[in-house]
Design a protein around this ligand. Sequence first.
Ligand code: ADE
Length: 239
Amino acid sequence: MRFDVVSLFPDWVASVADWGVTGRARERGLMSVHCWDPRDFTRDRHRTVDDRPYGGGPGMVMKVDPLRQAIQAARVDDETPARVIYMSPQGRRLDQAGVHHLAALPRVILLAGRYEGIDERLIQLEVDEEWSIGDYVLSGGELAAMVVIDACARLLPGALGDALSATQDSFSQGLLDCPHYTRPEVVDGLGVPEVLRCGDHGRIERWRRKQALGRTWERRPDLLAQQELSEADCRLLEE
Ligand code: ADE
């Protein structure tokens, strides 16, 4: 999968592919991140990318031209067709299903805005999808773009050490994750649930499923409401 990111902070965004799972996915050739600075597509001495808003008001608005040229430069840099994704609080809220949708695309051009936003006409002319990473406002779309890259990268076949990890993640089955433990066996008097040390994998699986269901019930009942629970799950909840 190829990510192109249009951002005023290209080095920062590119660093997402230097570490951890994303770093390994890049090294393995599963994905690449290419950054495009709209300032490189300006022609004035000050490399101006923003201007005052029509109608007045606080803050500045990103101009159409430098962004449009950066998107165009990204597009023609590779023949793989790309969808242009604008990261903004006005977008569709990202969840794991949304990550699956994005990770299935061969190439995305992520647009990270700054200031009060970008000229609406750029969105009309160039943007295919608008996504938000949550109902709060960041000072720019860079972190949101990095979130998308990270969440997609871990779904690419071969990115995770253990192929089962992605399918067992929180949300991948529409539930929160169960608790996890590792050595030592006791920490400040707190032990490890006996079931996890019994070696009976059927029992362990049932316990994990019950914990996941219970936590989701307690913390995110909205997620459970969207689920069709199996008879086995209902029995686990009643135990
Ligand atoms: N840019 C600023 N805030 C954002 C958010 N919540 N999601 C995506 N992009 C953003």
